[in-house]
Design a protein. Structure first.
Length: 228
């Protein structure tokens, strides 16, 4: 019997094939809680690195941030697969976590490109900057969803929409963070206040991503029958 945090979805059949096993679909609130906490804890690593190592040489700082991004991705991936594994027992958990960590590191590297180019941006035509920003933004938002889908598709057919829904969730989450933190941050503020604002905005970002990806997970698990 399922526990209080799971739904069971049965697949109808015509009697000509074995009955597929019931799919144990997690409740939205379960996904929301685990993923919010996982992303919030994971986000603390790059946030801390960014705050503590700004005086390092640019290359060292970039390397530290990319490594911190990988840690964030690993924690997020672990939280997600902890819930997904109940519905998809055949899902390769370690591979899912590794893919999420690598994708998060890549997303961090893409986000650092403007700082690497630095003043060279002034020499680039405006149309090229706009095009680069669009391509870079799409690539950044699609990294985690694409990497996770490459693992998910092995056990969850017709799940390519995960790429788009995850990208949209991260876009909304980043907008939430920017909308909350940017107006509250000011020059000369105490470090503790800066950190508190960042933590609050980070929590809202994590909750936004968790809420939207949770809806996508329920749709995928509920609409796709095993082996279809």
């Amino acid at each position: 019997m399922p526990d209080g945090d799971e739904l069971v979805v049965f697949t109808l059949h015509d009697g000509t094939a074995p009955v597929p096993p019931a799919r144990r679909v997690p409740r939205w609130r379960t996904w929301f809680a685990w993923v919010t906490v996982g992303e919030f804890i994971g986000f603390a690593t790059p946030a801390g690195v960014g705050a503590l190592f700004t005086s390092w040489p640019a290359v060292a700082t970039a390397g530290a941030l990319i490594a911190a991004g990988a840690v964030e991705g690993a924690v997020l991936g672990w939280a997600q697969v902890h819930v997904l594994g109940r519905a998809l027992p055949a899902l390769r958990r370690a591979r899912f976590v590794t893919a999420t960590a690598a994708a998060a590191a890549l997303a961090c590297a893409i986000g650092l490109v403007p700082s690497w180019v630095g003043e060279g941006l002034l020499d680039i035509p405006v149309w090229a900057l706009v095009l680069g920003a669009i391509v870079g933004g799409v690539a950044l938002l699609a990294t985690i969803g694409t990497a996770q889908w490459l693992v998910l598709r092995e056990v969850l057919p017709r799940s390519a929409s995960w790429i788009l829904t995850t990208a949209g969730a991260w876009a909304a989450g980043l907008l939430m963070f920017t909308a909350v933190a940017t107006p509250l941050w000011h020059a000369g503020q105490p470090v503790a206040l800066v950190a508190a604002i960042g933590a609050g905005a980070g929590l809202l970002m994590a909750a936004t991503v968790a809420a939207l990806t949770g809806l996508a997970v329920l749709r995928l698990l509920g609409a796709t029958s095993p082996g279809s």
